[in-house]
Design a protein. Structure first.
Ligand SMILES: Cc1ncc(COP(=O)(O)O)c(C=O)c1O
Length: 475
């Protein structure tokens, strides 16, 4: 086999004529000042130490503190995944109960498991037409607080992958009134603090801790992130100690340098570029009408929308074919496609020409359809099939189930067994089964039905098998 198959493959996928609407936010442009292999160094004299920053890395932290107006900030070389896990370990004690809207990323569940904390799962508000989780309202929060006054804090995803937002300031205020903390997973929102016309960032809204990916919307390299302390809830030294446990002792200098480069770009021109993207979204949305098969998604929940996410809805369910055509005929690569959605994810490297090419291609592929786009009876929906559980009663603690020995069994034999993994339909990316939950025959039947209807489901193996805990794990 050709030894460079991997390299050749990536090289051909990233040619100059390709327009990238997927992460990372640099879109294959910029960062030319980070020279490889020249700058791939280690903690020699003058290069500082991520785990004991006193020099150039401390200066980068100061810049993060100033840009995001924080009490303390840490650059990360393990993405938001590392930041979320570190934040949960810093904030939670073993056995603590934490409010978790179920559209949380799996790193939140990983963080709960590491901290041996217990999730109190809340269903987020949904856009029922397209089956997307949109926000957490104060009403949802108040109901959860009334049922679980012992909860110590909450993890909120804001903005979502699809760009929808919650009222973070109101949520932070409510939690603080009751002496509880707010951790915001702002993996998709590191750009917000730089753009006045986009939704407010979580640190300005009063969150206690905030985690961001620097590679999703900013121009830093993949795997970079930022962890911020917004209030004095946690001792910064505790955070530093936890990062020392979780994060590599050989952090990549090119990655860390790319965080500095991305912040510099955001400061100088990136904020304005993102505002241009939002203005282009405002113009583009007017060009679609109710009969179009493909339309730019506009949330109807009344909250500000992060217009850096160009989410298109597809009435006739041809999303996968459209994504393939965009890629093969127009050289436009999207972040994500399902039968009924296409996500073009912009970032600090997106240009006006990219957006023009995207809209032109969508225009060429669009057609009129008679179906009412609000009528979702024709669309497979995990909600319609009754899959979403309001509650996830765990018979084995999450941490024990996530780390337990599992075996694969056919789905129908999963009934009455304890799940060893998440089972998650996309969209909306909300797990319907958590590790540690006993699967009921009813739930297994619904999952089978959803699979038969063509729903995309993570956590289901080849030939519709599911991972369950080995019997000895559950004795
Ligand atoms: C909402 C959310 N949070 C956290 C993460 C993890 O981010 P990272 O890939 O930077 O570790 C993701 C990744 O896609 C995400 O979508």
């Amino acid at each position: 086999m050709d030894k460079l198959t991997f390299l050749n493959q990536i090289d051909t996928m990233t040619g100059p004529s390709i327009r990238r609407f997927y992460m990372p936010g640099h879109k294959g442009r910029g960062l030319s000042e980070i020279v490889l292999p020249k700058m791939d160094i280690t903690e020699v004299e003058g290069a500082d130490n991520l785990h004991h920053p006193q020099g150039v890395i401390a200066a980068l932290q100061e810049r993060m503190v100033a840009d995001y107006k924080t009490r303390a900030s840490w650059p990360l070389v393990g993405g938001s995944t590392l930041g979320i896990q570190a934040a949960l370990l810093a904030l939670a004690q073993e056995g603590d109960k934490i409010l978790v809207p179920t559209n949380a990323h799996r790193s939140v569940y990983g963080g709960l498991a590491l901290a041996r904390a217990e999730g109190i799962y809340l269903p987020p508000a949904m856009d029922r037409s397209w089956g997307l989780a949109t926000h957490v309202s104060l009403e949802i929060l108040d109901q959860a607080l009334a049922r679980h006054p012992e909860a110590v804090g909450m993890v909120l995803t804001n903005p979502t992958y699809y760009g929808t937002t919650s009222d973070v300031a109101a949520i932070a205020e409510r939690l603080h009134q009751k002496g509880k903390w707010l951790l915001v997973d702002e993996a998709h929102g590191a750009h917000l603090a730089y753009c006045r016309t986009l939704p407010e960032d979580a640190l300005s809204a009063g969150a206690d801790m905030v985690v961001q990916s620097a590679h999703k919307t900013l121009a830093a390299y993949t795997q970079t992130g930022m962890l911020h302390l917004g209030t004095d809830r946690v001792d910064p030294e505790r955070v530093q100690r936890i990062l020392g446990i979780l994060e590599t002792s050989s952090p990549s200098y090119p990655l860390m340098l790319s965080i500095e480069g991305a912040l510099g770009q955001a400061q100088i021109s990136g904020g304005r570029m993102m505002e241009d993207i939002a203005a282009a979204w405002d113009r583009a949305v007017l060009t679609f009408d109710a009969e179009d098969n493909i339309r730019l998604y506009t949330p109807d929940n009344g909250y500000p929308y992060d217009k850096s996410k160009w989410l298109f809805t597809v009435v006739d369910g041809s999303g996968h074919a459209l994504e393939k055509d965009l890629r093969e005929k127009y050289g436009i690569w999207l972040e994500f496609a399902t039968a009924h959605t296409l996500l073009a994810y912009t970032g600090m490297g997106t240009t006006r020409e990219d957006l023009g090419a995207l809209l032109e291609a969508i225009g060429a592929m669009n057609r009129k359809v008679s179906q009412d786009p609000q009528d979702h009876s024709a669309r497979p929906s995990s909600e319609a099939s009754g899959l979403w559980a309001v509650d996830h009663p765990l018979v084995v603690p999450l941490w024990q189930a996530m780390l337990g020995q599992t075996e694969w069994v056919p789905l129908e034999q999963g009934a009455h067994r304890i799940s060893g993994d998440f089972i998650t339909p996309y969209p909306p990316g909300i797990p319907v089964v958590l590790p540690g939950e006993r699967m009921t025959p009813e739930m297994v039947g619904k999952i089978q039905k959803a699979l038969d209807q063509g729903e995309e489901m993570m956590g289901i193996g080849l030939k519709d098998r599911v991972a369950v805990l080995c019997e000895k794990e559950t004795d």
